[in-house]
Design a protein around this ligand. Structure first.
Ligand code: F1P
Length: 345
């Protein structure tokens, strides 16, 4: 069957989340030591492709709950424009994510940071990889390893490690408790996402993925999944940025998927209305809050989570949509054209 491996990996991701939580718990004494000894004044999340996109969400969540400055940069930017990333005299902690632990830019970025005396932490599915061995500390995703080319359960389980890192620095401890609910919620959400996504945008030539704050990295990952698996035109934006030009292409044939946030709910609802007025089909995924501005497909997860924790539950929708568009178009999600599981320079 086409896409069998990818589908299997999408389906088993909640188990990979549970394993990631156990792995994180085992690493907390070493993590506390790393923070104590390096005393960072900023956390820099990095990676390539999907691993960069999970870094975007992890950084947004980290700064939101810890109060410590955090940002995400592609590993290649660290190599090519170090002056735009590192601030002289600052004490960043570099958090490098990678499924394989061998992606050249990510390994080189970690080595460049080490040469500057910067503390390093790696999040990876390959605990014996160069990235794992060269970092001061590695927190593995023990069940994130995949046979597929495109990242699905590796992405979400590494993202969960990034969110757990944020939660660990959350003085209020609210996020930590929420994240522990995710493996159970995930099992249900994966099934809902796979059945819902069968028909959405079957004939649509264009997809737009919108997400703000912690959901922004998810929008980018959804764009990448649609591009890799289904080879459909797809873009990602912060929701309100979409009005500033890109809305010119919104019309019949455009499917806009909004990964909703509670913080942005009011203005995002107005955008839903505007997009539909222009003829786009709008899918909005949200939680509990009232859904003013009706979407064509309105998914209320009703899980009552913070924007940071709920983001993880948006990932299966991104994967399921790309998976079904790929299979529906006669493509094989297990064999995306031109792609290799790892990029080595
Ligand atoms: C990340 C990555 C993937 C992408 C492609 C090549 O690798 O860029 O996001 O889908 O297949 O690899 P990694 O550093 O997470 O192993």
């Amino acid at each position: 069957m086409r896409g069998e491996r990818t589908l299997q990996e999408i389906l088993e991701q909640a188990a990979a989340w549970a394993a990631a939580i156990r792995s994180f718990d085992g690493a907390t004494p070493a993590l506390d030591r790393l923070f104590r000894e390096s005393n960072p004044d900023e956390v820099l999340f990095t990676g390539c492709g999907s691993s960069y996109y999970l870094s975007l969400t992890a950084a947004a969540a980290f700064q939101q709950v810890s109060g410590l400055r955090a940002r995400a940069v592609p590993a290649s930017e660290i190599l090519q424009f170090p002056g735009s990333v590192f601030v002289p005299g600052a004490r960043p902690l570099l958090v490098a994510s990678s499924r394989s632990g061998t992606t050249t830019e990510t390994v080189w970025a970690l080595e460049a940071a080490r040469r500057r005396g910067i503390a390093t932490l790696s999040l990876t599915c390959a605990s014996r990889s160069p990235l794992a061995r060269r970092a001061d500390l590695c927190i593995p995703s023990p069940r994130g390893r995949e046979a597929s080319v495109v990242m699905t359960k590796s992405f979400s389980s590494l993202l969960l490690l990034g969110l757990l890192l944020a939660a660990h620095r959350d003085a209020g401890h609210g996020l930590r408790a929420e994240l522990r609910r995710l493996p159970t919620l995930g099992r249900r959400v994966v099934k809902v996402a796979l059945s819902l996504a069968v028909d959405i945008g079957a004939a649509a030539p264009r997809f737009v993925f919108l997400g703000g704050g912690p959901a922004h990295g998810i929008a980018w990952e959804a764009m990448l999944k649609m591009t890799e698996m289904a080879q459909r035109a797809a873009v990602a934006y912060h929701p309100l940025e979409f009005r500033h030009g890109p809305i010119a292409v919104a019309g019949p044939g455009t499917v806009a998927v909004l990964f909703g946030t509670r913080a942005g709910a009011r203005l995002e609802a107005d955008l839903v209305r505007d997009l539909r007025q222009h003829g786009a089909t709008v899918v909005r995924i949200r939680d509990g809050w009232r859904g003013r501005g009706e979407a064509d497909v309105d998914v209320n997860l009703n899980v009552h989570l913070s924007d940071e924790a709920r983001c993880l539950l948006y990932v299966p929708f991104a994967q399921a949509l790309a998976y079904h568009r790929s299979v529906g178009a006669g493509l094989d999600p297990d064999r995306p054209q031109h792609l290799t599981p790892v990029v080595h320079l």
